[in-house]
Write a protein that binds this ligand. Structure first.
Ligand SMILES: [Zn+2]
Ligand SMILES: [Zn+2]
Length: 269
């Protein structure tokens, strides 16, 4: 049994992940236009009716832009914690909702979902651990810092989708106002490349082979090449076992399949 994850979009202009197991297909976040979403689903051989739900990490628009309209149009339930559902308010009118409390779990088809708290300036932002068929995917996007709860949430993951938002020097030089920079740098903002690498190095202490997707890269203060290089350097300095690191494209789908995970990783042995 396998688990397959496709990133449709990643970054401040929109985020959406498709997760497929033999018994479930659902989105984690839904922050891209409906037509784009439908086109990407079709490329994966799916139509909206094949989805079982939309799972949300938090209420910010780049993660929820079309969640309400898309769910309403296709009769899909939205799953999130109560403060996040409340923050979305009328955007969810007419949509069936299901609640997973922060730190709690639920079953969606054959996929076990557990949420864990992350630090970000939203009502009750969470990451998720998704388990099916002996495989685990961990998602932590939009977090200003990490702690033992995040480490625990990602510790069993074969695929980790982790924010590596910015390079600190590039952010200092970026054309943002100081209050915006302070927000991004802050503990309730966004994770930088070095902190993402340090978290992956901490996780790598157990010697487990993993793939790490670097997510939510800033257009102004990061690049795929820089994020990957910095994270790989931090891992290497920490003497961490090989972790396959790849930066997610902003608007181009990228896929990970558990069936090919071990074959890909064996290249690094
Ligand atoms: Zn975001
Ligand atoms: Zn956010």
């Amino acid at each position: 049994m396998s688990i397959r994850v496709t990133s449709f979009a990643s970054g401040s202009s929109g985020n959406a992940l498709l997760v497929r197991t033999p018994g479930a297909a659902f989105l984690v976040d839904c922050g891209i236009p409906q037509r784009t979403l439908e086109r990407f689903l079709a490329r994966d051989g799916l139509c909206p009716a094949d989805l079982s739900a939309i799972l949300l990490t938090h209420e910010h628009g780049d993660h929820t832009q079309c969640a309400g309209p898309f769910a309403r149009r296709h009769g899909l339930p939205i799953i999130a914690n109560r403060p996040t559902l409340d923050a979305l308010g009328v955007a969810l009118d007419g949509v069936a909702t299901r609640e997973i409390g922060v730190g709690s779990g639920a079953l969606l088809g054959d996929c076990a979902i557990t949420s864990f708290r992350v630090s970000h300036d939203a009502a009750a932002p969470v990451g998720y651990t998704l388990r099916a068929g002996g495989w685990t995917v961990g998602v932590a996007i939009d977090l200003g810092c990490w702690d033992d709860e995040v480490v625990h949430g990602l510790s069993c993951a074969d695929l980790i989708v982790l924010e590596a938002n910015h390079d600190r020097e590039k952010l200092h030089a970026a054309p943002y106002t100081w209050p915006i920079k302070q927000r991004i740098f802050g503990a309730l903002g966004h994770l930088d490349n070095v902190d993402a690498g340090s978290l992956l190095a901490r996780l790598a202490c157990d010697g487990r082979k993993r793939t790490a997707w670097l997510a939510h890269l800033s257009e102004q203060a990061n690049s795929p090449g820089l994020a990957t290089r910095v994270v790989q350097n931090v891992l290497s300095l920490a003497g961490a076992r090989p972790v396959t690191v790849a930066a997610l494209p902003r608007r181009t789908p990228m896929c990970w399949d558990s069936d090919t995970h071990l074959a890909q990783l064996s290249l690094f042995d």
